[in-house]
Design a protein around this ligand. Structure first.
Ligand SMILES: [Zn+2]
Length: 147
């Protein structure tokens, strides 16, 4: 399996459209800031629409609403997957699988072996993107424990 860095995933091509042009791709520091904002505002209980507005103002690269939305949903998915992993470790769960979204793309189908692949805690713990959902920006696939 190829290892994707945060840069790769943000520059990834999907449906033939380059999602983040080079001059607009986020730096690691910017991405960390975005993750921090999402985490902070979610903790405060703000709805997604408000968090997306805050992201639009925070970084001009994602000032357009669809870009801020994509950043929000992609990073939220990363948090969700991490939470599943943390809960799983506490419950001593060692296997996970992916529920594909109804319109899952080739990438997600491939990486999850059409939902049949068994993922481990070590897959979730990997720092880079692309080992577990989100497999790409705007990925709606869900990681669940296998009990
Ligand atoms: Zn997906």
């Amino acid at each position: 399996m190829t290892t994707l860095t945060f840069k790769d995933i943000w520059k990834m091509q999907m449906h033939g459209i380059e999602l983040f042009e080079k001059k607009e791709s986020l730096t690691k520091a910017e991405l960390l800031d975005i993750q921090d904002t999402i985490y902070r505002l979610q903790k405060k209980g703000l709805p997604s629409t408000k968090i997306i507005e805050a992201l639009q103002k925070q970084n001009k690269k994602i000032a357009q609403r669809w870009k801020a939305e994509r950043a929000f949903w992609t990073e939220s998915k990363k948090f969700d997957t991490q939470k599943v992993g943390e809960a799983g470790e506490e419950l001593e769960i060692v296997k996970y699988k992916v529920i594909l979204s109804p319109h899952a793309c080739e990438k997600c189908r491939g990486k999850s072996e059409n939902g049949r692949k068994i993922f481990k805690n070590s897959d979730i713990a990997k720092a880079e993107y692309g080992h577990v959902p989100p497999f790409h920006p705007n990925c709606y696939c869900i990681l669940i424990p296998v009990v």
